[in-house]
Design a protein around this ligand. Sequence first.
Ligand code: BG6
Length: 491
Amino acid sequence: MPPSNATDVFDYVVFGATGDLTMRKLLPALYHRFRDGQISDRARIIGAARSPLSGDEFRGRAESALRRFVKPDALDDDLVRRFVAMVFYCSVNGAEAESSWDTLTRLFGDTEQDRIRVFYLATSPDLYGRICGNLSGHGLITDTTRVVLEKPIGHDLESARAINDEVGRYFEEQRIFRIDHYLGKETVQNLIALRFANPVFERLWSADAIDHVQITAAETVGVEGRGDYYDHSGALRDMIQNHLLQVLCLVAMEPPGSLGADDLRNEKLKVLHALKPITAADVPHVAVRGQYGRGLVGQEIVPAYLEELGEGRQSDTETFVAIRAEVHSWRWGKVPFYLRSGKRLPSKVSEIVVQFRETPWSIFASKLEPNRLIIRLQPEEGIQLSIMNKDPGPDGMVLRQANIDVSFEKAFSTRYPDAYERLLMDTVRGDPVLFMRRDEVEAAWTWVEPILKAWQDKPGSLHHYGAGSWGPAAAHDLISATGHAWHEEMG
Ligand code: BG6
């Protein structure tokens, strides 16, 4: 018996199939879902890319990817063999309406017309419109076809609008799945449960009780062979415009009327619209950008960003960003939301720190630390609430901070599925709740664009930091200017 969450039989076509994302994330995610019985052996996974590979060559790459990126305890030779037998390859130039499309079209010739089709576009975003035009021109869009757009959707507001317009010519909005893999992370979805299933937090969730919020996504890795993409993007476009703003929306939004896709996305959109606009004059005071130089990360001396790009390359692309944002609403008033993301930082951690206000008056001689709720998105997923306690002992009322600590691994003893597992299955089911609607993407670009522009006009605003540090000193100054400190600097 297939499990109750089994999906209908589908054809999943990935454009950009020879790229890192397909090998590292998409194929392993599909394998895990297959392993759990959610995908039938009759489904097909069709890689599409320009390289002239044979089906066997691509299957060989797919198998190596599974052996490399799936944990050994989840690998089973028979399952891998069955999975790889579902994989096909088609050499096609997505952007040109040439005869290579006939091969792809033929692959669909004999299949049932009501079979679900998903076209996942993991190419450069400027090809999205042309690929969709070709899908339509070759009669490949059926009533049960959906398209998935990998981020980034464009380079700025104008290019995002152009892509959305072009794709929208061939697909209605409810069939366009704009992916932001942070929304597929269990711990990010858990924010909805934490806030709206636990009145104890929601009663305190406003400027009345909250002093400030920090959202950090720190990475130890550098640009890892993605220099060409990254150098045109930078941390603001790569992480803040999408992942961190989406997390901020879930932290700051009002309770949605239901968990329906539009109820949730309407509330997120209101947060994006309520973000205080940052003008060019504000940028030096509320936003910091940095680029890493050579340094020690863990035990390893790693090269500078410019060295990673290649000899003789110059660039003022930022690999670190810190921003002070405000959500101008009745709930949040002037509560600062500090957003921070960077590469080559000392540890990999994505977390939200909610710091509560201090007691209005203290009857204790000991210094009181404010309560903090720390939501660890990854790794060591969990929640901590720091509270002040009496230090046990005969020395009178001496206070000490300790944590109420929930480790999800211990509490639920289950494997954390990769974000893509949930999201890919949602695209098959046609459930858009964890995907970005067009207006959200455009509102996010509207907010970040003045920052991008101000930095472009002032290349001298780039600060340098050593790999293995927590970013440039200017990031420390940014937060201390308002009397706060980054989590790792707190007592
Ligand atoms: C991607 C970015 O969207 O997210 C990468 O393009 C980044 O540069 C990655 O490394 C981080 O994802 P995660 O899930 O490891 O936090």
